[in-house]
Design a protein around this ligand. Structure first.
Ligand code: GLP
Length: 257
């Protein structure tokens, strides 16, 4: 099993490479299902796709998307909801048919039922072709916090203080950050045919060093990538600055871009 690590100079290169991976999939396959992420890291990738659409008119008519997560209690008009984020950064600029865009509904009356039907919708699409991921400072993916079973499926999570604190920069105060979210599970992510995790900037250096040296463990949800047959990490030199490349496991194949 090999994990490919693409070491880039800067954030722009991460965005360009990730954008190209997504575009080549869309161009080569008739029907594509993407797993999408929020957070600041994918913004450049989304901009790249939007620019490409303007220049080349790439069609997204045959693309279905599933977002990883959503806050409980925020509706899609709330500027901090992930639905709003995705509309603003991506969906309003592409032509993905509305009925092919899936984001967990954080306002559902029955959240358990919402989780089940989200899993079902992914299954009915035949699974995710490419899952894009960011990484939290504690190694979370989606909102799967440390300790989440690798076998987990879409579920409601209580956010850790660490995550609420990190995400409070988007809200006017930490009290406004929801305490709960819906996230697809680690197993759901793992079943994607391909996974691309992107990481940028110095603040991610400690967790990236841990991720690249740790054995797969539920204490570090992103480490599941090490068990995946087709996973890539694309990170810039700041995010990788703590990594001792000479001591990396030989299962990690490093490429410089
Ligand atoms: C949030 C999201 C994650 C994202 C993480 C990192 O917690 N739920 O999907 O990966 O933030 O975000 P950023 O890219 O802003 O560092």
């Amino acid at each position: 099993m090999h994990l490919k690590l693409i070491h880039t100079n800067d954030y722009e290169t991460i965005s360009q490479l990730t954008g190209e991976i997504i575009l080549s999939l869309i161009r080569s396959k008739e029907k594509v299902t993407l797993g999408l992420a929020t957070g600041s890291t994918p913004i450049g990738t989304y901009q790249y796709l939007v620019e490409d659409r303007k220049k080349n008119g790439t069609s997204y008519q045959n693309v279905t998307t599933f977002n990883l997560d959503e806050y409980v209690g925020l509706d899609g008009n709330h500027p901090q909801s992930y639905r709003y984020f995705m509309d603003h950064h991506l969906f309003h600029h592409l032509d993905i048919p509305t009925e092919k865009i899936f984001i967990p509904n954080g306002m559902a009356d029955d959240l358990e039922e919402e989780c089940k039907s989200y899993e079902k919708a992914i299954r009915e699409q035949g699974g995710i072709d490419l899952q894009l991921l960011g990484i939290g400072h504690n190694g979370h993916i989606g909102f799967n916090e440390p300790g989440t079973p690798f076998s987990s499926r879409t579920h409601v999570v209580k956010l850790t203080e660490n995550t609420r604190q990190a995400n409070s920069r988007f809200f006017s105060s930490i009290d406004e950050v929801p305490s709960y979210a819906i996230t697809v599970g680690v197993q759901t992510i793992f079943e994607s045919k391909q996974i691309v995790l992107i990481a940028s900037g110095e603040s991610k250096a400690p967790i990236m060093e841990k991720l690249l040296t740790a054995k797969p463990t539920e204490e570090l949800p992103a480490s599941i990538l090490k068990n995946h047959p087709n996973a890539i990490i694309i990170a810039d030199k700041e995010a990788l600055k703590n990594v001792n490349f000479k001591q990396l496991d030989e299962s990690i194949v490093v490429e410089y871009k």
